[in-house]
Design a protein around this ligand. Sequence first.
Ligand code: ZN
Length: 119
Amino acid sequence: MREGVIIARGYTNTPGCDHAEAMALRQVHGDLRDASAFVTLEPCSFHGRTPSCAKALVQRRIGRVFVGILDPHPRNQGAGIDILRAAGIPVLTGILEDEVRHDLAPYLFGKNTRDATTE
Ligand SMILES: [Zn+2]
């Protein structure tokens, strides 16, 4: 979002395909220091099947990131936030936390829906 206008949207695709952040970043070009990212789930910190979204946001110099909930995945759990903050990007967590937790529960906490290789 830039100056109150949504400039890109994304959602996480099937495992191995783009995460929401990568999908949104492809829709805009150039430096994003005057834009904010609103994400339901903490951006991923590690390169699994797809590149790290936290690092991608840093590379594009996103101005600010608003996060719904931290990723309970053992390989993330705040590491994505740390990458952003280490790069000097302000991060605010807990945005609409209850709603996000409710919406993502089947994905995050469902049985056999996620393992260390699905990111
Ligand atoms: Zn990701």
